[in-house]
Design a protein around this ligand. Structure first.
Ligand SMILES: Cc1cc2nc3c(=O)[nH]c(=O)nc-3n(C[C@H](O)[C@H](O)[C@H](O)COP(=O)(O)O)c2cc1C
Length: 179
């Protein structure tokens, strides 16, 4: 039902948060799977635009099974670490390679949750632009943004685990949005 795509390849804050969310949803028998594009074999988009014509990418790599999964799920969550004020490169590559699904209107109507995790607070170069990069993609693709969440002051990979109450509240809001 829910696919979480995480934009960091280390087992750090994004990974830890995804595990907590999965545990919380599993308890409610809401199925949830996690994709880490950085640990998969995914070619960079060449911009050939073939997928705009036929909805299929010329590369055969792990994006094929990712797209098949996303096609069949209603809820999509992206968790990005902030990298230089933006979303991570891994997640951007993933988004570019979603173009076959986007161009065949396969993302339209899906429910989207955006999460950004950064070392800074709510200041310049914090989480805001990273969240905006995720939500603008979702809007463009015709998805319905049901939640967005920023976690600040997370630098080391386990910093987020000190925010137990904030995480639990976030999981509760996810549960209330997922029928
Ligand atoms: C190359 C790089 C650039 C970063 N740029 C920012 C930034 O602009 N703003 C910020 O708040 N944190 C920045 N950070 C810190 C990460 O967002 C932070 O450590 C985050 O918790 C990492 O998530 P992860 O543990 O899931 O990898 C940067 C980290 C790296 C490696």
């Amino acid at each position: 039902m829910m696919i979480i795509v995480i934009g960091s390849r280390r087992e750090g804050n994004s990974w830890n948060l995804a595990q907590k969310i999965k545990e919380g949803l599993d308890k409610e028998r809401i199925s949830c799977s996690i994709i880490t594009p950085g640990n998969q074999r995914i070619h960079l988009c060449t911009g050939c635009m073939d997928c705009d014509k036929n909805g299929v990418c010329d590369f055969t790599d792990d994006m094929k099974s990712n797209i098949d999964k996303i096609k069949n799920d209603d809820y999509l969550m992206f968790i990005t670490p902030v990298r230089w004020n933006l979303l991570s490169g891994d997640l951007k590559i993933f988004i570019d390679r979603l173009n076959p699904l986007y161009s065949s209107k396969g993302l339209k109507g899906k429910k989207f949750i955006a999460v950004a995790i950064g070392a800074k607070g709510k200041e310049k170069y914090g989480t805001e632009s990273a969240i905006n990069s995720l939500t603008s993609f979702a809007e463009n693709a015709g998805m319905e943004i049901i939640l967005d969440k920023e976690f600040n002051h997370c630098l080391d990979g386990t910093d987020i685990l000190c925010k137990e109450e904030e995480i639990n509240n976030f999981i509760e809001s996810i549960k209330s949005k997922v029928a």
